[in-house]
Every structure is written in structure tokens, then in C-alpha cells.
Design a protein around this ligand. Structure first.
Ligand SMILES: NC(=O)c1ccc[n+]([C@@H]2O[C@H](COP(=O)([O-])OP(=O)(O)OC[C@H]3O[C@@H](n4cnc5c(N)ncnc54)[C@H](OP(=O)(O)O)[C@@H]3O)[C@@H](O)[C@H]2O)c1
Length: 320
């Protein structure tokens, strides 16, 4: 089968498409023929080996895990002897973490990991990126911020994968939502359900007079001065992007400043959030925005596009 791999850290050109052995399912695993997979900002950072401290886990000199991609959607082609939740022909989607990647023609994974039946109402391309923006933002909004109805949430980077998911999820949770994006994405963010949109190229966020219960900086662009102003004395700041400033303020104000790496959350907890998201999609309450689609053979161009930092929603690799 064909798979995207990288054997050294670097630019998108380090990605190779190789012929590799088709995996066989262990007793608790399903073999999935992948129809669509995601390329995320996190994938591009893993490929680059940044931030450098991440190499303590990824491999100091070169990547320990050569495979690329986590989110996928496809059809079960074979099942192990102990599999009970899926059968040959089941249409599934989910996330494969820390081993063979999803940017390939096939993957095997345990039925007990983050995998579920794909809602019929969404396409493979819409399903494959759900574990990036939606699962990450749902973890932040539900488990970390514990958003309550009526709270006012500000989402910075509202047009990205995490941001476009966060706007929709915060609305489902009954919040009043302010999205922050540039002028070209205002209509998109309003269509997601935001009550109000601020253009970061025109509005000075650190001069706003109002404060927010929760500020979720999905792109890690807000300075301490800005988020301190925005949360006032009672709000919470959270971000999925760790840098020195965030780390410093987390240590001093652990109840006011939060970071989390969703991928390292316990599988049981991730599955709980994932299954709730599946229900929202089945009910038609959530929508995946796809900015651009590439073939597996074009994956380095997908990485280049993600690295512009300008994508609106999600990037998908389609296998057929
Ligand atoms: N901790 C975790 O568990 C976890 C999980 C998944 C992802 N992440 C991280 O989350 C981050 C966000 O990923 P993503 O895919 O949602 O987005 P992304 O690709 O990093 O960002 C794209 C969007 O950001 C907007 N943007 C750029 N600069 C901005 C600014 N100064 N203010 C507001 N918006 C701005 C762009 O819109 P314009 O063109 O209009 O500026 C674009 O629509 C990444 O760093 C990723 O690594 C963390």
C-alpha cells in the first residue's frame, strides 16, 4: 500500500510516498481502507520537529514514528477475531495517534481507541478532520472551561480548524460567542453562529472595555497584556499552543491560564468527548468546513498550504 512518511525533520519536501506492507489486524483491531484523512497544523509541526522540546518525545535526532497523519475516515475491510463493535463494510472514522499514520491507503487500530461509525449525513472528507478542531476544542470548552449557558466566550483564530469548531460548540453549549478573525473571514465566522465578530487587523483587543468569562486563543497569538485585559479579574484564558509566556503564567496562575495537549488525554476520556461529537453531527448541529482537498501524492503541497497559517477550517487528503 502507499503511505506518506518522513525520515528526517524538515520542510514539506522531506515527505515521501512509499510502498509499504499492508497491515493485518490483531485480534482486537480493524483494518480500515482509508477514503479521506486530514493534514493539520500539528502534523506540520511534528514533521518540522518544532517546538524543539517536542523532540524529547518525537525523537531527538530523527522521528521515531515515520508515519504522518492522525484523522481518518474509511471502510472496514477486515476485523480481528475479538472485534465486536464493527464488521467488514462498517463505515468508520476517528483518530490514530502515535503509530502508523492516516495519510496512507490503510491502517489498523483497536476498536477500543478513538473510532466510531461515521454518521451517514457527513462525507468521508467532512469526517476525517473532526478529531483535530472539534475534539480539541470540545475538550477545552467542555472539560477545561466547563462552559455554562449564558457565559461570554471569545474565540481568537475563529476561522481556523479549532476556531471554526469552537464557535459552533460554544453556541451549542449556550454561550454568547465573539469570534476574532481578519476581514476576509468575517462572513464565514458569522455563518458559523458567532454573535459578534472582531477584525483583529482593525480592533485593538487590549483596549476593549468589556471582559469575557472565557478567552480561547486557538492560534496562540494573544500576548499576556492582551489576554489579561480580556479576562479581567474573573475570566479564564486557555490555549492549545504552548509557549514560554503561557507556561510562565500557568505556573503562577494555574486557575486563570490553561494549556492542554488533547492527544495525551486518557483514551476513555477522549472517547467520551468523541462520542458526544458524533451525536452532534448525527443531529446536524455541527458542520466541518473544508478549505482545500489534495491527493495523497500531493501531500507535500497540503503541508505547504497549512504552513501558510491562513487556512480556513480544514485540509483533507482524498484517496479516491
Ligand atoms: N494542544 C492541542 O491539543 C492541539 C490540538 C490540535 C491543534 N493544536 C494547535 O492549535 C493551533 C491552531 O490550529 P488550527 O488548525 O486551528 O489553525 P491554524 O492553521 O494554525 O490557523 C489558521 C487560521 O488562523 C487565523 N489567524 C492567523 N493569524 C491570526 C491572528 N493573529 N489572530 C487571529 N486569527 C489568526 C487565520 O485567519 P486569517 O488568514 O484571517 O488571519 C486562519 O484562518 C495550531 O498551533 C495547532 O498546532 C493544538
Amino acid at each position: 500500500m502507499k503511505a506518506a512518511i518522513f525520515t528526517q525533520y524538515g520542510a514539506p519536501e522531506v515527505i515521501q510516498i512509499v510502498d509499504t506492507e499492508k497491515p493485518s489486524p490483531k485480534p482486537d483491531e480493524v483494518l480500515v481502507k482509508i477514503e479521506a484523512s486530514s493534514v493539520t497544523r500539528a502534523d506540520t509541526m511534528i514533521r518540522q520537529g518544532v517546538p524543539k522540546f517536542g523532540r524529547l518525545f518525537l525523537g531527538l535526532i530523527k522521528p521515531k514514528n515515520k508515519a504522518l497523519g492522525t484523522g481518518f475516515s474509511g471502510v472496514v475491510e477486515a476485523v480481528g477475531s475479538q472485534v465486536t463493535k464493527f464488521r467488514i463494510g462498517s463505515v468508520v472514522f476517528g483518530e490514530k495517534l502515535f503509530s502508523e499514520g492516516s495519510n496512507a491507503e490503510y491502517l489498523c487500530m483497536s476498536e477500543d481507541l478513538v473510532i466510531a461509525h461515521k454518521p451517514k449525513s457527513i462525507s468521508h472528507s467532512e469526517a476525517a478532520p473532526i478529531c483535530d478542531g472539534f475534539l480539541t476544542s470540545y475538550n477545552f470548552l467542555k472539560d477545561i472551561a466547563k462552559i455554562k449557558s449564558g457565559q461570554h466566550v471569545l474565540v481568537n483564530g475563529a476561522s481556523g480548524s479549532l476556531g471554526s469548531a469552537a464557535i459552533q460548540l460554544a453556541k451549542i453549549m449556550g454561550a454568547k460567542v465573539t469570534g476574532v478573525c481578519s476581514a476576509k473571514n468575517i462572513d464565514f465566522v458569522l455563518a458559523l453562529g458567532a454573535d459578534e465578530v472582531l477584525d483583529y487587523t482593525k480592533v485593538k483587543l487590549d483596549e476593549l472595555s468589556c471582559t469575557y468569562d472565557v478567552v480561547y486563543d486557538t492560534v496562540g497569538k494573544l500576548s499576556y497584556k492582551t489576554f489579561k485585559t480580556l479576562i479581567g479579574s474573573n475570566g479564564l484564558f486557555m490555549t492549545p499552543v504552548l509557549n514560554g509566556e503561557v507556561l510562565w503564567h500557568m505556573l503562577w496562575r494555574p486557575n486563570k491560564v490553561k494549556f492542554a495537549a488533547t492527544g495525551v488525554k486518557k483514551t476513555k476520556e477522549l472517547k467520551r468527548l468523541f462520542e458526544e461529537l458524533v451525536q452532534f453531527f448525527e443531529q446536524g448541529k455541527l458542520h466541518t468546513n473544508i478549505d482545500n482537498t489534495f491527493k495523497l501524492s500531493e501531500i507535500k503541497y497540503a503541508h505547504q498550504y497549512v504552513e501558510t497559517g491562513r487556512k480556513v477550517g480544514n485540509i483533507v487528503i482524498k484517496n479516491s
